[in-house]
Design a protein around this ligand. Structure first.
Ligand code: GLU
Length: 397
């Protein structure tokens, strides 16, 4: 187990991410994010399902006793708020959803507070938006606050700050939030607790011989396809969003697991190397922090459509994007913003643009040497330099 000392946090030495290659290695996890879905926590009569909160608190406490630092990413605010407001089944406006989240979030925190008090453990509420992670100072503040809470033995309970988010600054789903938080705090493991037993090779509701995948060491397109489309899930777990989150986590060096939260002691079983859920190992295909930032965090401000030659050079030859390969520019964006590179209607990469959209429209299709003539300046030869480009398809990174 190759581990080295990484940094000191309030007197406690935290080691570099644990290398996990087998289920047995999970016993070496030092820091874990446990994401809990709304369906587990919501009771249509009482709002919060207190028995589940207690069940989670007991297991998280046991993990802490084993020396694991845990943060919970908890969904449920909107659904629980709806129960208390008598809004179940109602089609909600954005403001109604935000109001429901405000009501439900307070129930969530009261319930976690009560459940963890049994173990003399403090909990802390952390509400985040995607915008918080895009801004360096806010990102560092969130990360430092988490460190301080971990060091003090407090359980950070994270949710999206639903009352203020609009579409552009939304995480989209809490699986995504869980993966981004796991990377932010350098966790070793992201556990997504849901109401299905893990990833199946076919829909278990339709096929009796469907098998649970115990371990996935390469989260490729074939595995992604096992999720089906998000509307026809195997159960209600949102498998596609879980696999997408598992991909973000594992590419960033964090092992991921999908487990059934209804199964008694499932977290403890997972840590004791029992064959529960699906475990996703980290492959060779890793993102640096800079690549993760571009691929998973930044807001996409526009699209650059490229021809087949440029697509081939970007995907297979590790090339930068040059103006000659561009056939269309969509959106209005500034130099330095994040854009998608599209070939044949498919997003093949994301990157940071060296020029604004107005200038790019003027130079699309030109060779790099003609750029200065057209623009009156040429700061860069490439439109997106390879160092600032991340592939969204398999190829040469
Ligand atoms: N933040 C939402 C809530 O607490 C949940 C979003 C999700 O689970 O994807 O209700």
């Amino acid at each position: 187990m190759g581990r080295c000392l990484k940094r000191a946090t309030n007197g406690r030495i935290r080691k570099a991410n644990t290398v996990i290659k087998t289920r047995q290695d999970l016993s070496h996890v030092q820091r874990a994010i446990v994401k809990i879905g709304s369906s587990l926590l919501t009771d249509t009569e009482t709002g919060i399902r207190m028995s589940m909160v207690e069940h989670i608190a007991a297991q998280v406490h046991a993990m802490q006793q084993m020396g694991v630092q845990v943060s919970i990413v908890s969904s449920g605010a909107v659904a629980i708020g709806c129960v208390h407001l008598g809004w179940l089944g109602k089609t909600l406006s954005v403001h109604e959803k935000q109001a429901a989240a405000a009501v439900g979030q307070s129930w969530l925190m009261q319930s976690y507070g009560k459940a963890f008090a049994k173990y003399n453990t403090q909990v802390a509420q952390m509400l985040l938006t995607k915008d918080d992670l895009r801004h360096r100072r806010r990102y560092l503040n969130a990360s430092n606050t988490s460190e301080t809470l971990f060091s003090a033995g407090v359980i950070p309970i994270v949710n999206e700050n639903d009352t203020v988010v609009v579409e552009e600054i939304k995480f989209g789903d809490n699986d995504n939030l869980g993966a981004l938080v796991a990377l932010m705090v350098n966790a070793d493991l992201l556990v997504m607790m849901t109401d299905v037993d893990g990833l199946y090779d076919a829909n278990p509701n339709q096929y009796q011989d469907a098998k649970r995948c115990s371990m996935v060491d390469d989260l490729n397109d074939d595995v992604m396809a096992m999720a089906g489309d998000s509307d026809s899930e195997f159960g209600t777990g949102g498998m596609l969003s879980k696999l997408t989150a598992a991909k973000i986590a594992t590419r960033g060096g964090v092992v991921a697991a999908i487990v059934n939260g209804q199964q008694r002691h499932v977290l403890i079983d997972l840590f004791s190397a029992k064959d529960v859920g699906t475990l996703f190992l980290c492959g060779e295909d890793r993102h640096s922090r800079h690549q993760h930032w571009i691929a998973d965090v930044l807001h996409v401000a526009g699209q650059l459509h490229v021809d087949a030659g440029a697509a081939q050079a970007i995907v297979h030859k590790g090339a930068s994007l040059l103006p000659i390969g561009m056939i269309d520019v969509q959106g209005d964006f500034d130099k330095g913003e994040c854009v998608e590179v599209v070939a044949d209607s498919m997003v093949i990469a994301r990157g940071l643009c060296n020029y604004n959209s107005k200038d790019l429209r003027r130079v699309q299709g030109l060779s790099s040497k003609d750029m200065a003539k057209t623009l009156g300046y040429k700061d860069f030869t490439s439109v997106i330099h390879r160092d600032n480009l991340v592939l969204k398809v398999r190829g040469k990174s």
